[in-house]
Design a protein around this ligand. Structure first.
Ligand SMILES: C[S@@+](CC[C@H](N)C(=O)[O-])C[C@H]1O[C@@H](n2cnc3c(N)ncnc32)[C@H](O)[C@@H]1O
Length: 316
């Protein structure tokens, strides 16, 4: 039951921590652990940037200065958690582009895509650029990447991230992703769409994170259009990743389900060495395509990071 708080006038007010996600009680496993995880401080994760320095050297250099770094997941030797580094952006190594502070689940998006070298890559919603820079790292600055974001003020942090991290294979564009005008087909497309950001609860203000409409109105519509446009730009053997940082099925499974209803799309398995739950095949009296179980839900009590959703998509 939601925990009531006492207001100053003795009225009962609801504790947002306990009520905000109540609607997901039946779909989030170990719900009480999930709720507890929301009260824990958010860990500082660093992704080592192989474009500018050897990760092992950077890790040794930081450890010599007393920074406690631990590899987050055995399988990924570029992802670390820093136990005593509240402001990683103050370090010289940050300015040198040797690492990027990035939530672990956010870094998993590019790892799930695993783009091959010399590929043509489109990042439809790219700012502030953490995932674009990671993709450039994985293709070792080969091929060509279009980093698109609608808002020109977001191009400043995007350009900064790309240049600080030594990305040399990218251009920045400013189109509406759902009407992305270039017609050339891409090998890999990332649609890390605007969303209600519920998964960022631990790092955003409790008061501003929550959108009352739960994305029922405009967001899913935009997300569906972006996904559709992305899919239409995908080469026959290309791969696309749809990602959000929300738990809301209306912005996750329902969006993918809509693509499956309108295009000959297939859902590809997500091969990541980290705990995640399969996507839902029903929600709120709606049934989705059974293949939605191939999508992935990431929860903070399982990953100690931002809540996330991913679907890997190809042509049938
Ligand atoms: C979740 S953020 C992307 C984060 C980014 N991928 C990263 O890893 O740093 C979503 C982005 O979509 C952009 N955006 C919002 N609506 C858009 C649209 N219709 N077309 C393109 N970009 C849009 C926002 O400006 C925002 O930067």
């Amino acid at each position: 039951m939601p925990k009531p708080l006492s207001g100053t006038d003795n009225t009962k007010i609801e504790d947002p921590l306990n009520t905000a996600f109540e609607i997901y009680r039946d779909i989030i496993p170990d719900f009480s652990l999930f709720q507890e995880s929301l009260e824990k401080p958010f860990p500082v994760h660093l992704r080592m940037n192989r474009l500018l320095a050897a990760p092992s050297k950077v890790v040794s250099r930081l450890r010599e200065r007393g920074i406690r770094l631990t590899q987050v997941l055995k399988a990924y030797d570029t992802l670390f958690v820093a136990q005593n580094l509240p402001y990683p952006g103050n370090l010289l190594e940050y300015f040198l582009g040797y690492f990027h502070p990035q939530a672990m689940t956010s870094a998993l998006a590019a790892l799930a895509m695993r783009p091959r070298k010399h590929a043509l890559v489109l990042d439809m919603c790219a700012a502030p650029g953490g995932k674009s820079a990671h993709l450039a790292d994985l293709v070792e600055n080969t091929g060509f990447m279009v980093c698109n974001d609608l808002f020109s003020n977001r191009h400043v942090p995007l350009g900064h991230t790309l240049s600080r991290l030594g990305v040399q294979n990218a251009v920045v564009t400013g189109y509406q992703a759902q009407e992305f005008p270039l017609r050339h087909p891409f090998d890999y497309i990332l649609a890390d769409v605007p969303c209600s950001c519920e998964g960022k609860f631990r790092i955003t203000s409790k008061k501003t994170f929550y959108r009352e409409d739960k994305g029922k109105t405009k967001l899913p519509d935009t997300q569906k259009k972006i996904l559709l446009r992305g899919f239409d730009l995908l080469k026959a053997d290309g791969e696309m990743l749809y990602a959000t940082c929300t738990y809301n099925p209306a912005e996750n499974e329902a969006v993918i389900n809509s693509l499956l209803n309108h295009r000959d799309a297939e859902l590809l398995p997500i091969d990541l060495k980290v705990a995640f739950e399969p996507g839902l095949t029903e929600w709120n009296h709606e049934t989705y395509d059974k293949r939605l179980a191939r999508t992935a839900r990431f929860y903070p009590h399982q990953t100690d990071s931002v809540g996330f959703f991913m679907a890997r998509i190809g042509h049938k």
